[in-house]
Design a protein around this ligand. Structure first.
Ligand SMILES: *Cc1c(COP(=O)(O)O)cnc(C)c1O
Length: 242
């Protein structure tokens, strides 16, 4: 009698999704949180619409993309066909793409500079609403990474967002690849608590369970759900722009 081939069954997107969901729920419980406290964002960048559809069919609703153009092509038809999808922009936003981004995304995780705050305020004046906004925090203070430095979060909220009437609902971070993520997640949680911000976007394939235990409300999981992305240097560096 041969043993069942578990790797084979884990090949289907629905099984991979179920496995990640189980791990996420267990991690939330370990952190003393409700099992459904953490939204799973399936990061579908570089993957084709069919890969997204397979997860939609398995019940997945939150998706993340890091490039406006790629997301427009892929998700405009998908959002029409599935109005309950929630689309998250997790990559840097160029000001000249603000209008398209505001029209497509439900949540923008990458507010990071005054010029983008200006562009968003202008869009809101034009159309009367905006996606939910999260402030990206450069917790590792890396020169090549976008985000507001931790010590500048208070001033960004009070001097950049408030005067423009921009409501920020949370914080997002991408810890330095070569460091333990825990201290960065803890710092982000502390900053969010200090400013009364309910949303915490942190944790990726390698560390989403830790993030869930430390208070994440949104984890961004790509390769663990979709498999490896084509190796391209700029794909691996979320600070690159379009
Ligand atoms: C690509 C990306 C992710 C997902 O990364 P994985 O390691 O594949 O899970 C999460 N967050 C951001 C900002 C990304 O660009």
């Amino acid at each position: 009698m041969t043993a069942p081939d578990l790797t084979q069954s884990l090949e289907t997107p629905a099984d991979r999704l179920a496995a990640i969901r189980r791990r996420l729920e267990m991690a939330a419980r370990r952190g003393g949180r409700a099992p459904d406290a953490v939204a799973l964002i399936a990061v579908s960048k570089t993957h084709p619409p069919e890969a997204v559809t397979a997860l939609i069919d398995a019940g997945q609703r939150h998706f993340g993309e890091n490039r406006v153009q790629e997301a427009l092509v892929k998700f405009t038809p998908l959002k029409t066909a599935h109005p309950s999808l929630v689309l998250h922009l997790i990559g840097p936003l160029q000001t000249n793409k603000t209008r398209e981004a505001v029209g497509l995304f439900d949540v923008i995780h990458s507010l990071d500079r005054p010029s983008l705050a200006d562009a968003l305020a202008k869009e809101r004046a034009r159309i009367g609403h905006l996606p939910r906004l999260l402030l990206q925090v450069n917790t590792g203070e890396e020169a090549q990474k976008s985000g507001v430095a931790p010590q500048d979060v208070a001033a960004f909220l009070s001097d950049v967002c408030a005067p423009r009437g921009l409501q920020v609902d949370g914080l997002m971070c991408i810890p330095p690849a070569e460091e333990a993520a825990g201290p960065h997640f803890a710092l982000l949680a502390k900053l969010a608590a200090r400013h009364g911000l309910p949303y915490l976007s942190m944790g990726m394939s390698a560390d989403f369970e830790l993030a869930a235990a430390l208070g994440a409300t949104h984890v961004r999981v790509g390769s663990a759900l979709f498999g490896a992305r084509p190796a391209a240097k700029d794909r691996a560096n979320p600070s690159s722009s379009e």
